[in-house]
Design a protein around this ligand. Structure first.
Ligand SMILES: Nc1nc2c(c(=O)[nH]1)N[C@H]1C(S)=C(S)[C@@H](COP(=O)(O)OP(=O)(O)OC[C@H]3O[C@@H](n4cnc5c(=O)[nH]c(N)nc54)[C@H](O)[C@@H]3O)O[C@H]1N2
Ligand SMILES: Nc1nc2c(c(=O)[nH]1)N[C@H]1C(S)=C(S)[C@@H](COP(=O)(O)OP(=O)(O)OC[C@H]3O[C@@H](n4cnc5c(=O)[nH]c(N)nc54)[C@H](O)[C@@H]3O)O[C@H]1N2
Ligand SMILES: [Mo]
Length: 768
């Protein structure tokens, strides 16, 4: 039976397979006509922003500015299925907990607020008034505001995020763990230090002008399908695309554009990557440092031969600091270490660097394959070093491009969702609103789990997301959540986090992005910021899934009134009656949002000023900083120990049929896996070494430094093109293997892409 799970996928990414998948998603959600109409409005000037990913849309140029996985996200939200009290009458919470994540999601949209009733172990309906009164009373009763924790997932609009941070800060805490903490946190940390701003410096226009795109640790065919459009256009123009990824990913190899009728009918496809480097997991730091070594060596050679320098010395002199320190650092690193650590040969690294040297304009993109590692901050700074050598920041066709995940995760940070807020922001909030804000830092995601686990009685409030499933060390996270006095989830659908609850618990159902949001002044629009700092409007067009749903801004406003009462300096209900008022408040706090309401109504919205793009360096040295980083000795040791002890490194990745913890289906088409999610990708040589075969079932044990045994059972071995010593499996099934204490230096992002593990044969349980 296991053999049929795996099929070799030879077709390009996109193509008819993508169209077929869109059609079946729409049909599967029960209302085809509505599904199609909804899709046609995604990413249109007067439509809604696709809740799929943060890749920008090219000024809404095509009627079909949606993609297969965007279609899944949209279809999932506009499903005709509903969760009513019926479901909760049929199942206790304990029984619901026995269901899969897929089943929970598949029940459809939540329709009314629910309260957990401990006597019957069921969720029961509750009125909005009663829910807000009780939550407000419990928040007020806490010994300190810091005993409450306010999580945010990145779908939350700018307006909701702004109100949320305002309420929470007036309440008195900076406890803002968010999905960024598990995602691009290291990008922000690294870039703020190196170039003075934690955001990408490119726009879509740069993709039209670039000569070379380097893609590190990203799988756009699945996670940012619209990016393949830009890559295809670049490839067709003759730009080179260089991919670094331990796994062979179909979307980085070949793409057939489902929106190009001619290409589809002719059966043509575009080659995406010019070169594909299958480095070892965690090998990017060494690979990029090796590229820098080659560049510096070639430059020295050229200069010695009386030729022009290969570096942009004018840029280095005027705009950077720390060049000599980087030179020394790189000179001290041996090719032997760089090659062993990256899993690439010296020749391969030199070849990649030669492509860099040939290009006039270079863009570097990266995703979770870079950020979810211990040395992620250093790796991103090494990528930045590489670009700085030839002045590839702040000119057309060149720059840094961290590719964000959630559709408004970047905007949420811009709006102040941050556990370590900048003092200037706090000061400004005080000035504009006239209340004193807490100055001390709050908990990030890892810190929040530790705090809830170690100190019973906290309140955990989530604006979206699925904290229980998305976080590391599942057992610890469950303990933490169950330790709470109160857990509250603002959500569209049922998920695991609602079932792993505190002593009391609420589910507060909200409008989704595709839905019409009517407030006192009429229908409202919200705004979002994409991965390239474009801010634009998003207007829902479907009737709400239920009459009882409230918008996220309204939920925050009513919670603020219920919690703060007379003591609040803000007229919450007035503000939320017309979202233009929220945007005016945003404009009062953030200079870059001046005339927000006017500018965001221009077609396509507006671009937020990016200082690094303008070569204005808001760093400690006032310059773009070269940041040296010696490959840690421990890393070199680890690798050799690893081979001696049959230790593998496991990366947890997304399948094609999931959106983070939301599982749409059981297939991973481009990797050739069908009908099964508990799979473990491994190479042929390692199978041989283990004396195991594809199709066998194994248990995965993680080997944490804390001596705690963490195990995930029953995974099907699938032979895959992946380097020796490296494994991959899907998240969230493997989150229990990530030790809570294993995170990125300085950014504290869980190391979900590098878990040391051992395998053993799964002993089948007896039937019955
Ligand atoms: N359809 C869909 N779209 C999504 C999402 C989704 O789940 N589904 N999630 C959204 C979110 S929140 C995010 S953050 C993004 C995530 O988008 P991606 O960053 O593409 O996410 P992943 O699938 O986690 O991993 C990316 C790649 O990293 C590679 N990789 C693993 N380890 C290493 C390594 O050490 N080095 C290198 N170079 N590569 C490595 C994996 O093989 C994989 O191809 O997508 C967003 N868009
Ligand atoms: N092992 C491992 N763990 C990881 C990762 C990994 O690669 N490996 N990736 C990490 C990353 S990059 C991220 S971003 C996090 C994601 O962490 P989260 O953002 O917490 O998780 P999601 O699965 O995106 O959240 C899905 C839920 O959001 C709710 N939702 C959907 N739309 C809306 C809406 O419009 N409003 C509200 N209020 N709720 C809504 C639904 O209830 C849905 O179940 O996971 C992280 N965890
Ligand atoms: Mo993410």
């Amino acid at each position: 039976m296991s053999k049929s799970v795996v099929k070799v996928y030879k077709r390009p990414a996109g193509g008819w397979g993508a169209l077929k998948s869109v059609a079946s998603q729409i049909m599967g959600q029960g209302n085809p006509a509505k599904g199609v109409m909804t899709l046609l409005s995604a990413n249109q000037p007067d439509g809604f922003d696709c809740p799929g990913c943060a890749w920008p849309d090219a000024n809404h140029r095509s009627t079909f500015e949606f993609c297969e996985n965007g279609a899944k996200a949209v279809a999932a939200e506009s499903t005709s299925r509903r969760v009513t009290n019926n479901l909760f009458e049929r199942f206790t919470v304990t029984e619901l907990n026995a269901q899969t994540d897929y089943w929970l999601e598949d029940q459809g949209r939540l329709t009314e607020p629910m309260r957990y009733d401990a006597d019957s172990d069921r969720y029961v309906p509750v009125s909005w008034d009663a829910a807000f009164d009780d939550i407000g009373a419990q928040l007020r009763a806490l010994p300190s505001p810091d005993d409450a924790i306010f999580y945010t997932s990145g779908r939350t609009s700018n307006e909701a995020a702004f109100l949320y941070q305002l309420f929470v800060r007036e309440f008195g805490t900076n406890n803002f763990p968010d999905c960024s903490n598990m995602c691009h946190e290291p990008s922000g940390t690294a870039m703020r230090e190196s170039v003075g701003i934690g955001k990408g410096t490119v726009t879509l226009q740069d993709f039209e002008q670039t000569d070379a795109i380097f893609i590190f640790g990203q799988n756009p065919g699945t996670n940012h399908p619209r990016m393949l459009g830009e890559l295809r256009a670049a490839a067709k123009r003759g730009a080179v695309i260089i991919s670094f990824n331990p796994l062979r990913e179909r979307g980085l190899e070949k793409f057939q554009n489902p929106q190009d009728i001619r290409e589809m009918l002719a059966g043509e496809a575009t080659d995406i990557s010019t070169s594909y480097y299958q480095l070892t997991i965690g090998g990017d730091l060494a690979a990029v440092k090796g590229m820098i070594k080659h560049v510096l060596e070639q430059d020295a050679l050229a200069v010695a031969q009386g030729q022009a320098s290969l570096l942009d010395h004018a840029f280095i002199a005027e705009h950077t600091s720390g060049f000599e320190a980087l030179q020394q650092d790189v000179a001290q690193e041996s090719w032997e270490t760089l090659s062993a650590q990256s899993g690439l040969s010296e020749a391969q690294i030199r070849a990649a660097a030669a492509s860099y040297l040939k290009a006039e304009r270079v863009i570097a993109c990266w995703g979770m394959g870079i950020t979810q590692h211990q040395y992620s901050v250093a790796t991103i700074q090494m990528i930045t070093n590489l670009l700085l050598l030839r002045g590839h920041i702040g000119r057309p066709g060149a720059g840094l491009c961290p590719v964000r995940g959630h559709s408004n995760v970047q905007g949420d940070r811009t709006m102040g969702i941050h556990e370590k807020p900048a003092p200037a922001l706090l000061k400004k909030i005080e000035q504009v609103f006239g209340f004193a804000v807490p100055r001390h830092n709050g908990y990030d995601t890892v810190g929040a789990i530790e705090a809830m686990r170690d100190q019973p009685g906290k309140v955990f409030f989530a604006m979206g997301g699925n904290f229980a499933a998305a976080t590391p060390d599942t057992a610890e996270t469950y303990r933490a959540l169950k330790n709470c006095a109160l857990t509250v989830h603002v959500t569209t659908k049922l998920n695991r986090s609602h079932l792993i609850h505190g002593k009391s618990a609420y589910i507060l159902p909200c409008l989704g992005r595709t839905e019409i949001d009517v407030q006192e002044s009429g229908p409202q629009a919200v705004t979002v910021e994409d991965s390239m700092s474009m801010v634009h409007l998003s207007t829902g067009m479907n009737a709400p899934a239920s009459e009882q749903l409230l918008s996220e801004p309204m939920i925050i406003a009513r919670l603020a009134v219920a919690t703060l009462g007379e003591r609040s300096k803000i007229n919450w209900l007035h503000m939320v009656a017309d979202y233009d008022r929220i945007r005016d408040a945003i404009a009062n706090v953030f200079e870059d949002f001046a005339d927000f309401n006017q500018r965001v109504r221009l077609p396509g919205g507006f671009h937020l000023r990016n200082s690094a793009r303008l070569r204005e360096w808001r760093t400690a040295t006032g310059k773009a900083r070269f940041m040296p980083f010696a490959i840690p000795q421990s890393m070199t040791q680890k690798l050799s120990e690893q081979y001696a002890e049959n230790l593998f490194t496991l990366a947890t990745v997304r399948s094609h049929d999931q959106y983070n913890t939301t599982i749409y289906g059981m297939n991973d088409r481009y990797r050739g896996v069908f009908g099964e999610r508990r799979v473990l990708f491994i190479c042929a040589d390692d199978l041989k070494m283990l004396n195991m075969q594809a199709g066998e079932w194994v248990d995965i044990q993680s080997v944490g430094e804390d001596n705690v045994t963490r195990e995930a059972q029953r995974f099907l071995l699938v032979e895959y093109a992946i380097p020796r010593g490296c494994l991959a499996a899907y998240f969230p099934e493997t989150n229990g293997l990530v030790p809570l204490g294993s995170f990125a230096d300085r950014a504290r992002t869980p190391t979900s892409k590098a878990i040391p593990v051992r395998l053993r044969k799964h002993l089948a349980m007896k039937a019955g």
